[in-house]
Design a protein around this ligand. Structure first.
Ligand code: C2E
Ligand code: MG
Ligand code: MG
Length: 258
């Protein structure tokens, strides 16, 4: 099953997208998290059909949500190493976008920093190909790998996702804010969008906002949930926007688009 965690504009608190997170509805053990099965799926090769299913499902859900929202709404999918190695990846993604009738820039693929570093050349050409068809690329768990600075200059990426370990220490050690600020400065210099992961408290939200981080995810806003709940969330967003701003004022339009 796929669960989705909303992606939030930290300034307006609008829902602007959602990240697809894989779950296994196990008959005896209940709902399993990716840590319980993704590595095995990777080793056995099962991750390829599974990853493809994630992309198909996410693209279909995103297209439906754009209808509800009446405007852009992005969906992010996590890519595994085997998927990035798969020579058919770009063709598969293009076909999925066409089938779902989803604009390519509404799909974000997430690659972990370590994956970028391990297969540098392959990663670069594959990501460039994905971007050439209009898909956006995010570096997940940014700041936890090595030589992050060196590759930023060379890699075709659009978004940095600041790892939740940095966000988690905000409000504690003053140095944590310095680290987050440095990542945000870096992102700005390279013209990259930023998403803070794992925002759990209002204090963290305030600090990230004051540091100029544009987007975020975390339990402070919503835990990952089934697709139907994202649909109802968007329906009530749209209703609230209509109530607040009758007619088609710019404020109503952006709220609905979010
Ligand atoms: P990720 O992509 O960095 O996803 C974020 C993880 O942080 C998710 O865990 C999410 O539930 C959790 N999270 C979100 N907000 C908070 C918060 O405020 N506090 C805390 N403590 N945690 C938060 P999840 O769903 O267990 O996923 C773990 C990892 O599994 C993901 O990390 C991703 O790397 C991988 N994964 C998930 N879905 C897929 C998939 O479809 N394919 C592949 N290859 N990997 C996946
Ligand atoms: Mg991710
Ligand atoms: Mg992450």
């Amino acid at each position: 099953a796929l669960h989705y965690q909303p992606l939030v504009d930290l300034e307006t608190l609008e829902d602007v997208g959602a990240e697809a997170l894989l779950r296994w509805r196990h008959p005896e053990r209940g709902l399993l998290l990716p840590t319980a099965f993704v590595d095995i799926a990777e080793e056995t090769g099962l991750i390829l059909p599974l990853g493809r299913w994630v992309l198909e499902q996410a693209a279909r859900d995103a297209a439906a949500w754009q209808d509800v929202a009446g405007g852009p709404f992005s969906v992010s999918a996590n890519l595994s190493p085997s998927q990035l190695h798969d020579p058919d990846l770009v063709a598969i993604v293009v076909a999925i976008l066409q089938d779902a009738d989803l604009p390519p820039d509404s799909l974000i693929v997430e690659i972990t920093e370590n994956l970028l570093l391990k297969d540098a050349e392959l990663a670069r050409s594959r990501l460039a190909a994905l971007r050439s068809v209009g898909v956006r690329v995010a570096v997940d768990d940014f700041g936890t790998g090595y030589s992050s600075f060196a590759y930023l200059d060379r890699y075709p990426v659009d978004i940095l996702k600041i790892d939740r370990s940095f966000v988690g220490s905000l409000g504690g050690r003053p140095r944590a804010a310095v680290l987050v600020r440095s990542i945000l400065d870096l992102a700005k210099a390279f013209d990259l969008e930023t998403v803070a992961e794992g925002i759990e408290s209002t204090d963290q939200l305030r600090t990230l906002r004051s540091l100029g981080c544009r987007f975020g995810q975390g339990f402070r806003f919503a835990v990952p949930r089934p697709a139907e709940q994202i649909t109802s969330m968007l329906e009530s967003d749209a209703l609230a926007a209509m109530r607040d701003e009758p007619g088609s004022s710019p404020a109503a339009t952006t709220a609905v688009a979010g």
